[in-house]
Design a protein around this ligand. Structure first.
Ligand SMILES: Cc1cc2nc3c(=O)[nH]c(=O)nc-3n(C[C@H](O)[C@H](O)[C@H](O)COP(=O)(O)OP(=O)(O)OC[C@H]3O[C@@H](n4cnc5c(N)ncnc54)[C@H](O)[C@@H]3O)c2cc1C
Length: 414
C-alpha cells in the first residue's frame, strides 16, 4: 500500500524532510503544507535583503516546480488549524482534510512581541519571514533614526540593517553587554566597538518601557525604563522565539517549550515526528533535552526525521550546531550550547580576537569564537567525543590549539 506523509511547514526542516522522503520512498504520497505564500527560501540570507545588500532572486531556494518535478504536493497559503493524530488527519483553515500515515511537524516559531504599549505601531518590526525582510528593507531605507531591542543573534542582524541602511541606531540592552548569557563583557566589547563602527550605539541597563507614536500610528520614539527617550522612525524587536506548539496543546503529545522528541525526532505519539526549531529534542552529545535555533541543525533534523518516518529508520540526530555572523570586518561563530555550562574558560588574543568555551561536568558544551574560527573543528571534535577537558585550560586556549594536544595532555595527566 502507498504510504502517505504530511509535512507541516516548508522551512528548511520541512523541505529537507520532503526531499529525503522522496529520495528514499519513490512511490510515497508526500504533501507539504505551509502558511507562507512562497516556497522554501534562505532564511539566513533575508537579513542581507533587509540590509539592501542582496536582490530577491538568490534568496529563493526552491520554486514550485521543484516540488512538482518530484511529485511532492506543495500547498502554499495553507494554515493547519488542527491535528488529529489518532485519526491520521490534519485540517486546514479552509476546512480541507489531509490524511497521513506519518506526520512531520516542522512549524518553527514566531517572534515574541514586546509586551509594552504601542509595540504594534507602524515602523516597529519583528524579523522572521521574507515578508518581514521586505517590510524592514522598505522602512529602514526611509528612516533616519532607529532603535533595536533584544541583545541576541537576531537583534544584532537588525542593528546591522540600521548600519547598512544609514540609519542612526541606538541598541537598547537590558544588561551591561550584548548576548550576556554567552559572552563576558571583554568579548562583548569587541562586538560593541564593531556596532559603533557601523553607526549603532549600544545603550546598557536600558530596554523599552513603551513606544510613542504620532497621530497616524507611526512610531516616533522608544522610552526606556529609566525614562530616557530615544527618537526613532524605525524599531526592530528581537526578544526570542515562541515555538508554534499550539497545534498539539490539547493533545496527548508531550510539549515543553517545544515539541518534545527523542534523538530519532519522534514525539510521544508513534505517528508524529517533529524537526527543526520547534523541537525540544534529546541531544545525545549533551545527554539531555535541548533546543537549537539554527539552519544546519534544522536541515539535518528534517533529513533524520524523514528516514525514521520510513520504516527503516533508527538513525539518530547527533550534531554540533553552528551559527555565524558576517556583518563585521571579523568573523563570529557560536557553536553548540554556549549559554549552558557550570564553568567556562576564555581569552582575548587581540582587539578583534577572543574565545570562550562553556563547560559542563568537565566537557565542552558550546562556545563563541571571535576573529579566528580555525579552532572550531577541534572544539567540536572534543564535544562529539565527549572528552573530559578538566584541567586543560591552557591547552584549550592556546593560540595554536589542537584537539589532539588536549587529548594527549589529558592522557598524560591521567
Ligand atoms: C533573520 C534571521 C537570520 C538568521 N540567521 C541565521 C544564521 O546566520 N545561521 C543559522 O544557523 N540560523 C539563522 N537563523 C535561524 C534559522 O533560519 C532557523 O533556525 C531555521 O530556518 C529554522 O528552520 P525550521 O524549518 O525549523 O523553521 P522555519 O524556518 O521557521 O519554518 C517553519 C515554517 O512553518 C510554517 N508554519 C508554522 N505553523 C504552521 C501551520 N500551522 N500551518 C502551516 N504552516 C505553518 C511557518 O510559516 C514557516 O514557514 C536566522 C533566522 C532569521 C529569522
Amino acid at each position: 500500500m502507498t504510504e502517505s506523509f504530511v509535512i507541516v511547514g516548508d522551512g528548511i526542516a520541512g523541505s529537507s524532510a520532503a526531499e529525503t522522503l522522496r529520495e528514499e520512498a519513490t512511490d510515497a504520497d508526500i504533501t507539504v503544507l505551509t502558511d507562507e505564500g512562497e516556497a522554501l527560501y534562505n532564511r539566513i540570507l533575508i537579513k542581507e535583503y533587509a540590509k539592501g545588500k542582496l536582490p530577491e532572486a538568490p534568496i529563493s531556494i526552491h520554486d514550485e516546480d521543484w516540488y512538482a518535478d518530484r511529485d511532492i504536493d506543495l500547498e502554499l497559503d495553507t494554515y493547519v488549524t488542527e491535528v488529529r493524530p489518532d485519526d491520521g488527519e490534519v485540517e486546514t483553515h479552509g476546512g480541507e482534510v489531509y490524511e497521513f500515515d506519518k506526520l512531520l511537524l516542522a512549524v518553527g516559531g514566531t517572534p515574541n512581541q514586546l509586551p509594552v504599549d504601542n509595540s504594534d505601531a507602524d515602523g516597529v518590526h519583528h524579523f522572521w519571514t521574507f515578508q518581514d525582510a521586505r517590510r524592514i528593507n522598505e522602512s529602514a531605507s526611509q528612516a533616519d533614526e532607529g532603535v533595536i531591542v533584544g541583545a541576541g543573534l537576531l537583534g544584532i542582524d537588525l542593528a546591522a540593517v540600521c548600519g547598512a541602511q544609514g540609519v542612526e541606531g541606538k541598541y537598547l540592552m537590558r544588561g551591561d553587554c550584548w548576548w550576556r548569557y554567552a559572552l563576558s563583557e571583554e568579548g562583548a566589547e569587541i562586538m560593541h566597538d564593531a556596532m559603533r563602527d557601523k553607526g549603532v550605539e549600544p545603550v546598557f541597563q536600558s530596554g523599552v518601557d513603551h513606544f510613542e507614536t504620532d497621530e497616524d500610528g507611526n512610531v516616533t520614539a522608544a522610552v526606556d525604563p529609566n525614562g530616557d527617550r530615544y527618537e526613532c522612525d524605525f524599531a526592530g524587536v528581537a526578544i526570542g522565539l515562541d515555538r508554534n506548539t499550539e497545534l498539539l496543546e490539547s493533545l496527548d503529545v508531550e510539549i515543553d517549550g517545544g515539541i518534545v522528541t527523542d534523538e530519532y525526532m519522534q514525539t510521544s505519539h508513534p505517528d508524529v515526528f517533529a524537526a527543526g526549531d520547534i523541537t525540544q529534542f534529546h541531544d545525545v552529545i549533551l545527554g539531555e533535552q535541548a533546543q537549537n535555533g539554527a539552519w544546519g541543525s534544522a536541515k539535518e533534523q528534517g533529513a533524520i526525521a524523514a528516514k525514521n518516518m520510513l520504516d527503516h529508520g533508527t538513525e539518530q540526530f547527533e550534531w554540533v550546531t553552528s551559527y555565524s555572523i558576517t556583518h563585521f570586518d571579523f568573523p563570529f561563530l557560536s557553536f553548540g550550547h554556549p549559554t549552558l555550562g557550570d564553568d567556562h574558560v576564555e581569552r582575548k588574543y587581540s582587539d578583534t580576537e577572543w574565545r570562550r568555551l562553556a563547560i559542563k561536568d568537565g566537557r565542552i558544551v558550546g562556545g563563541v569564537l571571535i576573529g579566528d574560527l580555525a579552532p572550531q573543528s577541534g572544539y567540536k571534535e572534543l564535544m562529539r567525543e565527549r572528552v573530559d577537558v578538566t584541567g586543560q585550560e591552557e591547552a584549550l586556549l592556546r593560540e595554536e590549539f589542537s584537539a589532539d594536544d588536549v587529548k594527549t595532555e589529558q592522557a598524560v595527566e591521567n
